[in-house]
Design a protein. Structure first.
Length: 138
């Protein structure tokens, strides 16, 4: 009888140890899976940032620039083609103008009309200004 009790206790201990050790492996698998999921989320966030870009033409229109600047026709302000020609190879100069740090080199006589609008372009982010400059020069 003592031998049967001893075998029953030993079998119970072995069974319990097996269950505990299996549970630990399962917990480890879950933890490693959680890490993989976190890494995948981080990659997706980076890709989302890369995919998201600013359309210079849309920003030019939505900021009200088209009220004074048309593609081929001078209206209140110079035509976009005139801006492109004047600032060709000088994106930094156009950027400086839009930041309010440089004088106009296109239609200088009308620069005072543009002065209030410079506040709008000065308030833009670096990326927004760069998108508008790219749109105007390309």
């Amino acid at each position: 009888m003592k031998k049967k009790t001893f075998l029953a206790i030993t079998a119970s201990v072995v069974f319990a140890a097996t269950i505990i050790s299996c549970g630990s492996d399962s917990a480890k698998e879950t933890e490693s899976h959680a890490v993989v999921v976190s890494e995948e989320v981080a990659v997706e966030e980076v890709e989302a940032v890369v995919i998201e870009s600013i359309d210079g033409a849309d920003l030019f229109a939505s900021s009200g620039c088209v009220a004074c600047h048309q593609v081929d026709v001078k209206t209140v302000g110079p035509a976009i083609t005139g801006i492109k020609e004047a600032y060709s190879g000088n994106a930094d100069g156009l950027t400086s103008f839009l930041k309010g740090e440089a004088d106009a080199i296109v239609d200088v006589a009308m620069a005072a009309v543009m002065a209030p609008q410079i506040e709008t372009t000065k308030a833009m982010s670096v990326d927004e200004r760069a998108a508008i400059v790219e749109y105007l020069l390309n």
